[in-house]
Design a protein around this ligand. Sequence first.
Ligand SMILES: NC(=O)c1ccc[n+]([C@@H]2O[C@H](COP(=O)([O-])OP(=O)(O)OC[C@H]3O[C@@H](n4cnc5c(N)ncnc54)[C@H](O)[C@@H]3O)[C@@H](O)[C@H]2O)c1
Length: 487
Amino acid sequence: VNVDNSREQIALERHSPPRLIIRNSQSRILRTGNATVRRVSVFGLGYVGLATALCLANKGHLVTGIDSDERRVRQLDQGIAPFFEPKIESYLKRAIDEEYFRVTNDSSSNAESDLAYVCVGTPTKHGGGIDLSFIESAAEDIGISLRKREAYQLIVIKSTVTPGTASNVVRPILERESGKTCPTGFGLCSNPEFLREGHAIQDTEVPDRIIIGSADMNAATKLERFYSEYYGAGLAPVIMTRHENAELIKYANNAFLATKVSFINTIANIAERIPGADVTTVAKAIGLDKRIAPEFLRAGIGFGGSCLPKDLSALMAFGEEVGYNTRLLAEVQAVNREQISKPITYLKHKLNTLKGKKIAILGLAFKPETDDLREAPSISIINDLVKEEAQVTVYDPRAEMIAKSIFGSQIAYATSARESLRAANGAVLVTEWEEFTHLTPQDFLELMEDPIVFDGRRLLEPGRMREAKLQFDAIGLGRESFPVAKY
Ligand SMILES: NC(=O)c1ccc[n+]([C@@H]2O[C@H](COP(=O)([O-])OP(=O)(O)OC[C@H]3O[C@@H](n4cnc5c(N)ncnc54)[C@H](O)[C@@H]3O)[C@@H](O)[C@H]2O)c1
């Protein structure tokens, strides 16, 4: 059994065959096994970092989460997840109780780790490129902490960064601050993350594939072995390549997904102009073609979130930097912008003016099972409604707190979907939360002043809605008769 830097509370007891027994500080046996326990640091405890840290802790590794946000550290230390994400809270409580996970803002504790993950944010900066300041400061902190460490450490970049960042930005900072050289003093790998918010734990535990980029075969092999042991027979296909390819793979992946969304939205816009047509049937049919695949073919009011919009603009800015005009991606972005504006155009068309009109917004999060509002279409829809002096009432099962910090008293907050519909002159379904599928035509008819409903996510059953004589329209749903409403 191989345990580096054994901690006080770890007892190694030898059996035949060798067996690892981990006890906590009260000598209670926490876990037994025959895997190698590693000490791991995770810099940045957002969606990616926290999911990574907790899944590693869940497998018995000793994880130190390092975040520069003191409030986040305090919350996590008390077992409170800083955002809503399925399974995160139970994993967090268990990992803290069992002492597999500790949280700090002291980056010097990284000196004790064999492996350090960089999961800090890479937000968009002016002009569309990425702001590398968090990456640079994390690299500085890691470098400084390594001055005191004699043993080798493997540093793994999970944050999404443009090609060249590992080799030209991170490595020089690490070498300068640590006084060591790569690859002898430390190893460096790019290991982009593909998890989906709302499925962060599940995707970390069962990834589709693992990408390992490095300039050094030894570092890449060490990381591959670590994952082989972690996943065992469930190991996903591993692609080992150069840093630059690994970095580009992540952008290509998200740009392709964004393209798929804008593509189906283009078909939706055509379908809307064909009486009786419905994009959902078209999407289902083309998704059955193995070359196309069904995911990301849901037409709607556009993609949002912390990744797709940001990664698309970063790739476009990077393309420009290296002398290529990414015009395809510019159109993907333009189609998305147009989709987001559709509910406002629709409501204006139906109600003539939005001034003083009561509008219900069903769903705020950029997608279900998260409370993340970063780049959520709801934000721009609400801002436009407020500008038009509409009275907005919103309901989201998870994102109300965050919405309050953005919109404050400019809008009203309902505690249920039905409550938000009361006396409304129009309603827009913005996020496809499962609970909205329980809304019946009767709910809209009885609760709303004017039963004008726009389904921006194709969640409600159009046949039922239209039969009930609601004024019902939806993305990609052909009008019942010509002439096509121009919105
Ligand atoms: N959110 C996703 O679904 C997702 C999926 C795949 C990849 N990514 C990428 O992963 C990276 C992280 O994304 P996220 O959504 O988890 O970010 P996030 O914004 O939710 O969290 C980032 C965390 O890093 C902390 N931080 C910033 N600078 C730090 C430093 N120097 N030292 C320690 N902590 C620091 C912040 O306080 C914050 O808690 C980004 O590059 C993102 O593009 C995100």
